[in-house]
Design a protein around this ligand. Structure first.
Ligand code: 2AM
Ligand code: CA
Ligand code: CA
Ligand code: CA
Length: 284
């Protein structure tokens, strides 16, 4: 294995180190969850591992950068409008870290080995570092703005597929049944007949890393929060791919309905979601 660190730049090394330590800890706790709670619904799970890992990552970042702001999924107050809060923090803080301690908590709880740690750094509103660590496969995905994206020192690149018909795409089913379920049913019905296959692994961040690495050609999901996608978005962009909202407008940190792809099949995915009224942006 090549060393994780692809750059001696401090921020990236701190993110990689935090993700590696967090990932090891999560993996060691699979199958040993002691306290399983719910958040917004019976499907929206949280464990002591999510909370403990976020605390650990916060401490590691704060040790190096005590004056930086950290937005983490489990640090958000219940009922707060997460996306709006994040945007305000981006505006007000020069350095904002965006942390998802466990992306794929449902998988973690069930022992389905598809989850990761996601850490991004936004500097003056610009996505600058993105790190995603899959502890099961020991894969560390690292992107730096303007410097490309790597997995263990090897550059990642999106696929070259040009047709939906030859594409394997991923999607996500967030636990919000009232809003997301009808939108997802419409999207599935529209995209599925056109592609080679659809996968829904249950980790938004890892799906984005897989778009970056060319393992799927595209991915879409509605109802995401900044911690689900910030790191993965930079990975896709730095690997030569495209990321927009589900209507094809440019991604920014407040975008919740996301399409990521190799670029080549992007418009076809967006067109298909629009035609099926499956963007999540036209329904209330
Ligand atoms: P999590 O495991 O960090 O909670 C699965 O489709 C994706 O949805 C995962 O990335 C999961 O992240 C995310 N997710 C979980 N709960 C959610 C919620 N209440 N709203 C939106 N997305 C959620
Ligand atoms: Ca969660
Ligand atoms: Ca998440
Ligand atoms: Ca999480």
């Amino acid at each position: 294995r090549e060393p994780y660190v692809v750059s001696s730049k401090g921020h990236t090394a701190v993110a990689i180190n935090a993700a590696a330590k967090a990932g090891e800890w999560i993996k060691s706790r699979q199958g040993q969850v002691k306290s399983l709670g719910t958040k917004t619904s019976a499907q929206d799970l949280v464990t002591e591992v999510d909370k403990g890992v976020e605390q650990m990552i916060r401490r590691l970042i704060q040790t190096h950068y005590p004056d930086h702001c950290i937005l983490g999924e489990e640090g958000v107050l219940p009922g707060a409008d997460e996306a709006t809060a994040a945007l305000e923090e981006v505006r007000e803080n020069e350095y904002l870290w965006i942390v998802d301690p466990v992306d794929g908590t449902t998988n973690f709880v069930h022992g389905f080995p598809f989850y990761c740690v996601s850490i991004a750094l936004v500097i003056r509103g610009e996505l600058t570092v993105g790190v995603i660590y899959d502890p099961i496969r020991d894969e560390m995905f690292v992107a730096e703005k303007g410097k490309g994206a790597y997995v263990h020192g090897v550059p990642t690149a999106v696929s070259a597929e040009t047709e939906l018909g030859g594409s394997l795409v991923a999607m996500g089913f967030p636990p919000d049944r009232v809003f997301a379920q009808p939108v997802n049913m419409a999207g599935l019905q529209s995209i599925l007949p056109q592609v080679r296959g659809i996968r829904a692994g249950g980790s938004a961040a890892l799906h984005l890393a897989y778009v970056a690495a060319g393992r799927v050609d595209g991915y879409w999901e509605v109802g995401l929060n900044p911690w689900d996608c910030a790191a993965g978005v930079l990975l896709v962009l730095e690997s030569g791919g495209a990321v927009t909202d589900t209507q094809g407008d440019p991604y920014d940190i407040s975008t919740r309905h996301v399409v990521a792809s190799n670029g080549q099949i992007h418009q076809a995915m967006v067109d298909s979601l629009k035609a099926a009224d499956a963007t999540g942006l036209t329904r209330s």
